[in-house]
Design a binder for this molecule. Structure first.
Ligand code: DGN
Length: 258
């Protein structure tokens, strides 16, 4: 049975990429709600409704577990989804929080994401629950998503935006920065140059894939067949930007789209 991966759009492909890397023989079904992206400015009620609809859809594909690959949907709807459904459902925030707590030496962690993610304080809560001596400084960076989708991740305009958003965090002395949005790993180079080499960038996608492996193992659900996995993609709308953006995220061609 496959693993279901859900995102508000195509950003979750950065998480899928890590799942394919660390769990290469697991089949996956990806659903991107491209008709209704972005979720970043929407209310909790709406994000919950959309997330439940996505889980219902993935359930029709007989998935054995679901990863909510979107930080915004994790922040707003993960706990409710875990309560409502019987299969294992995980988000991206806990794994990112864990690696920040493990890494930080001066106990000052920066977190960037959409306005919904930052306003929910989900990363702050997750990090403080793990280690209450760690202080979290959050910053919403709403321009980053459209810059990535425009294909401008490595242009001056993104570098300028990165400085405007992040200089203050650097001045406050953070030693690590959680990339709390699916699109931000694409900006890794630009963000890294803006904050300097002394600040560790944390990509929750990788940690999520490793945590998923543990969960599958615990539930005796790991696939032991030794053949290349099958990935199926579903989107709620295919627009002209689709293949350009999808290629940017996944760094390989997408087949089997419905
Ligand atoms: N996938 C969203 C996130 O990780 O927060 C970014 C896109 C969006 O819905 N705003």
């Amino acid at each position: 049975r496959p693993i279901g991966v859900f995102d508000s759009g195509l950003g979750g492909l950065t998480v899928l990429k890590e799942i394919n890397r660390y769990l290469p023989s697991e089949d996956t079904v990806y659903f991107g709600d491209t008709a209704r992206v972005p979720y970043g400015q929407r209310s909790k009620e709406t994000i919950m409704k959309y997330t439940f609809q996505a889980i219902n859809f993935l359930s029709t594909k007989d998935v054995k577990a679901i990863v909510i690959a979107c930080n915004t949907a994790t922040a707003r709807a993960l706990a409710e989804a875990q309560e409502k459904y019987d299969i294992p459902i995980m988000g991206v925030i806990e794994a990112g929080a864990k690696s920040a707590v493990e890494y930080t030496k001066n106990k000052l962690v920066g977190v960037i994401g959409t306005a919904a993610t930052i306003n929910s304080n989900a990363y702050n809560k997750a990090i403080e629950d793990m280690d209450s001596s760690v202080k979290v400084i959050g910053r919403a960076c709403p321009l980053f998503v459209p810059l990535v989708e425009e294909g401008w991740a490595n242009k001056d305009i993104s570098s300028t935006a990165a400085h405007m958003y992040l200089d203050e965090l650097v001045d406050q002395g953070i030693d690590s920065l959680v990339l709390g949005c699916t699109h931000y790993p694409i900006l890794k180079r630009t963000i890294g140059e803006a904050v300097g080499m002394d600040i560790k960038l944390i990509n929750p996608a990788r940690e999520t894939a490793l945590k998923l492996k543990d969960i599958l193992q615990e539930n005796n659900m790991l696939n032991d067949k030794n053949e290349a996995a099958n990935c199926k993609y579903f989107v709620s709308d295919i627009n002209e930007q689709f293949s350009k953006i999808a290629g940017e995220f996944l760094k390989r061609d997408i087949k089997d789209i419905e």
